[in-house]
Design a protein around this ligand. Structure first.
Ligand code: PFF
Length: 454
């Protein structure tokens, strides 16, 4: 493809991939999962899952993307011409768009709460009042849809500016900022009286909480957090130049994502415990509990605590945006490269579809709460369908493609940039073994567990 843009460097590629990875999954879901599933024991399983399953899958998508320099559909068509693999390309155009529709609803809530934190609206309210306010905010028919629209518009603007001027520039600016913000919040949290109980909660292993399904949760969390199986890693990797070392891109992204999740854990849980609140489940933690904590903890330093509340919601908004942009780009790359649609037009065509499904997801907290698909509300259905099935299925197929469909020599060639980067045979051998056998078998087991469990 002639006029295809590439990221300026591998560092920028890692920032973009980390931007996709770092999101609500790290800030809200990870700390809560760690606490619920055995603290440090869960972290060990999570690390193993990331190393044995997620990393090979991430590398599969990276290899496929960089080798084909194409969108998900085009990648399958060019690397496996005349086969049925292009259906995987199509599936992974659709699944990130479904995720984006409900993700943009939560992105909208974050903007709403950023505005509330700016106006000090959490001050002097108790936890039950804030809970009631949250329930009211998400079930109202119009306001959340307006905020969801604003969130999607922001994504659309970045994506329509292109790979270099839009996506690259935005991530280069925001990823360092996100790390600075979350570190600042962590330092504040750790200084609160009683914070150490939160630290204990995260680091103390509780093996009694480890059940067979813990592994499934750890794998699911790792996939969601690294944005695997939905073509975002593939699409971003297709913008990595031929001279870059993609092993570094995959490793760098995984390390940044993990680091951010851990820092977020140490930013949130100490504050939760300092306020004497048991960590609750669901979106409630960031939208009900934390506003209360951040505004009430600061009796001695009310201004500082309000500033921290604002910074916290800025972090959530920006992290959600960088992830959402990556999902948007998958569909845009497909329409531009496969259907010959101009980038701007592709952005607005997709906008209409994502917005409409997102609005239905939003309404499923209020007016459409009675509409059920397989017993789930529209929002929960989109979430379960993608997180439990489509992501897993896509990830399994990507790893099978790289391990069984592509030639071993081609995979090695991509890793070593045609032999330019020398690495030990045993390193590649181990890695290829994980890719070819361990990851697919592990994935099938998790997939079956999820299927039976749902
Ligand atoms: N990794 C993102 C998070 O942790 O919030 C979520 C995500 C982004 C999932 C992009 C899927 C995706 F394609």
């Amino acid at each position: 493809m002639q006029n295809r843009e590439n990221f300026g460097s591998n560092t920028v590629a890692i920032m973009a991939l980390a931007g996709s990875a770092i999101g609500l999954g790290n800030i809200w879901r990870f700390p809560y999962m760690v606490g619920e599933h055995g603290g440090a024991a869960f972290i060990v399983i999570y690390l193993l899952a990331s190393l044995l399953l997620s990393l090979p899958i991430m590398m599969s998508e990276t290899v496929i993307g960089r080798r084909s320099h194409s969108n998900t559909f085009g990648a399958m068509r060019s690397l496996a011409p005349g086969s049925k693999w292009h259906y995987l390309g199509l599936l992974t155009v659709i699944s990130p768009l479904i995720i984006l529709s409900y993700y943009s609803v939560v992105g909208g809530w974050s903007i709403d709460y950023l505005l509330r934190s700016l106006t000090g609206s959490f001050l002097n309210k108790d936890a039950s009042l804030l809970s009631a306010e949250f329930a009211g905010a998400i079930s109202s028919p119009l306001k959340p849809i307006i905020f969801q629209t604003v969130f999607l518009l922001a994504c659309a603007l970045v994506v329509s500016a292109g790979v270099k001027s839009g996506i690259e520039r935005f991530n280069k600016l925001t990823i360092p900022l996100l790390f600075v913000l979350i570190l600042a919040i962590m330092i504040y949290s750790l200084t609160l009286p009683g914070a150490m109980r939160g630290v204990e909660y995260l680091v103390k292993p509780d093996f009694s909480k480890i059940t067979p399904s813990t592994v499934s949760y750890a794998v699911g969390q790792s996939f969601f957090s690294l944005s695997l199986g939905v073509g975002t890693v593939l699409t971003y990797s297709s913008y990595i130049g031929k001279r870059e070392n993609i092993l570094m891109s995959g490793l760098g992204t995984t390390v940044f994502d993990l680091l951010f999740a851990l820092i977020a854990g140490f930013a949130i849980m100490p504050a939760v415990f300092a306020a004497g609140i048991e960590p609750g489940a669901g979106p409630g933690l960031i939208f009900e509990t934390l506003p209360f904590i951040f505004s009430s903890m600061g009796e001695a330093t009310p201004i500082l605590s309000s500033v921290v509340a604002v910074l916290f919601f800025v972090t959530i908004c920006v992290a959600a945006l960088t992830s959402a942009i990556s999902m948007y780009e998958v569909g845009v790359a497909y329409l531009v490269e496969e259907k010959g649609v101009g980038r701007k037009k592709a952005v607005w065509l997709l906008f209409a579809g994502i917005w409409a499904l997102g609005a239905l997801c939003s309404l499923s907290f209020g007016a459409l709460s009675g509409v059920k698909l397989f017993g789930l509300t529209i929002f929960n259905f989109c979430d379960t369908l993608t997180s439990n099935f489509l992501m897993m299925f896509g990830a399994l197929l990507f790893v099978l493609f790289a391990g069984w469909k592509m030639k071993k020599g081609d995979v090695r060639d991509e890793f070593s940039n045609g032999g330019k980067f020398k690495f030990n045979d045993a390193v590649f051998g181990t890695f290829y073994f994980l890719l070819k056998y361990v990851a697919p078998v592990g994935m099938v087991m998790i997939f079956v567990t999820n299927f039976i469990g749902s």
